[in-house]
Design a protein around this ligand. Structure first.
Ligand code: CA
Length: 429
């Protein structure tokens, strides 16, 4: 009887769209170079659907993630907290070789747990990478439904029998990126009577490099075979994003849905031919090439269209932003900031005084245009406003500025936990 009443309540909510809480869709790309998207100047590979998020919404020109590799970034995104605060500093090993302690700590509150508490249907499609044991499964961390794989990488052409629907293996036959798009669209169809949260995490364009021949043939003009496959993989993801956006249009939900797209870290250029230029470095490094990612947000009628937002933001912000959009009270102890008032112009100034990174022996801090980089026993200082490629080290020339950033970093670092797996100074996969 109780569940019938809840269903009736949801139907009433759907009947008055003006009062309805917005849907929230967070889409994550994997190992994607910023410079490969049209919205960020890419010309070689068409990404019209991702670009449309910029045309119809906000394009962040200083969007970061909290780690230059997969799992820790996702831990930060799910919790809204710097993941090093709770020891989630490194990637684990592969599914069968992961360290015993690996998994997003259960004492942390996830975004879907909060949104579920606010009356949302919560669904996840894609790569999880936040724990392999049963207690860390997405269905135990706030999601009502799940379709995807738990590890860090997966075959696309032969998804096979370790793709899960809920906790049950399914024998998936479709190209995995297309399968994820199919499942995301189906989730929207099924969940749309009530406010929903969809976390759609493509593993594209992470290794292995696999794409259907028909998609590869469209890029015959690209001489490098690996780059041709990358282009095919990226356009498959772009088509998948297009499928999700089309569903919103068909159901007339565009003005009731906040859609965000980010990548989980910078491109591992040698591995998959992704391009991070003009940034220095790649996935695995705290230079901007490892942490500065595509970052786009659309909410028609609520957020400005075609706007570029230049102040530094970080994926940790998406958690409190989503909670605010859902009408929830601001969660405590978060590092992320609700970005909505900054995007609508209600608040001015930068959302963050500083952003920080720690990844084993590497560390960085950004304050305004200044960036501190610590690695291999070296201290470097860059002014990103005139040196976006982090080429000209000003540590010796600007000792006062250096001290300011070092002090801010040291304070933040002192608040962090020891890694629960992996070790400081030891670079994990
Ligand atoms: Ca990644």
């Amino acid at each position: 009887m109780k569940s019938l009443l809840i269903v009736a309540g949801a139907a009433l909510l759907a009947a008055s769209p003006q009062d309805r809480k917005p849907n929230i869709i967070v889409i994550v790309g994997d190992d994607l170079g910023c410079a490969d998207l049209g919205a960020y100047g890419g010309k070689e590979i068409p990404t019209p659907n991702l670009d449309s998020l910029a045309t119809n919404g906000v394009r962040f020109t200083n969007g970061y993630v909290s780690c230059p590799v997969c799992s820790p970034t996702r831990a930060g995104l799910m919790t809204g907290r710097y993941q090093q605060r709770f020891g989630h500093e490194f990637n684990p090993g592969p599914v069968n070789a992961a360290e015993e302690t690996f998994g997003l700590p259960l004492k942390e509150t996830t975004l879907p747990e909060r949104l579920k508490g606010l009356g949302y249907a919560t669904g996840m499609v894609g790569k999880w990478h936040l724990g392999y044991k049963p207690e860390f499964h997405p269905l135990k961390r706030g999601f009502d439904s799940y379709f995807g794989f738990l590890g860090g990488a997966h075959s696309y052409q032969k998804p096979g029998k370790d793709i899960l629907r809920g906790t049950e293996p399914v024998d998936e036959k479709e190209y995995l990126t297309d399968a994820f798009a199919r499942e995301a669209a189906a989730f929207i169809d099924g969940a749309r009577e009530k406010p929903f949260f969809l976390y759609l995490t493509f593993n594209a364009v992470h290794l292995p490099m696999e794409a259907p021949e028909a998609r590869r043939e469209k890029f015959a003009s690209i001489a490098n075979p690996k780059r041709r496959t990358y282009a095919a993989m990226l356009t498959a993801m772009d088509d998948g994003v297009g499928r999700v956006l089309a569903r919103l249009r068909e159901h007339k939900l565009e003005e009731q849905t906040l859609v965000v797209f980010i990548a989980d870290n910078g491109g591992p250029t040698p591995a998959n031919t992704s391009r991070n230029d003009p940034f220095r470095g790649t996935k695995g490094q705290v230079y901007d090439g490892g942490t500065h990612v595509p970052f786009l947000a659309q909410w028609k009628g609520k957020l400005p269209a075609g706007k570029s937002y230049d102040a530094p933001v970080i994926a940790l912000d998406l958690h409190p932003t989503a909670v605010a959009a859902a009408g929830g009270p601001p969660p405590e102890k978060l590092d992320g900031v609700n970005l909505l008032p900054y995007l609508t112009g209600e608040k001015s100034g930068p959302p963050h005084e500083a952003l920080f990174w720690r990844f084993g022996a590497q560390a960085a801090a950004r304050m305004g245009d200044w960036k501190l980089v610590l690695q291999q026993g070296k201290t470097e200082l860059y002014n990103l406003s005139e040196d976006i490629g982090e080429k000209s080290d000003l540590a010796a020339a600007k000792p006062e500025k250096l001290k300011e950033l070092q002090a801010a970093y040291a304070k933040w670092d002192s608040e962090l936990a020891e890694p629960l797996w992996g070790g400081r100074g030891r670079k994990k996969k």
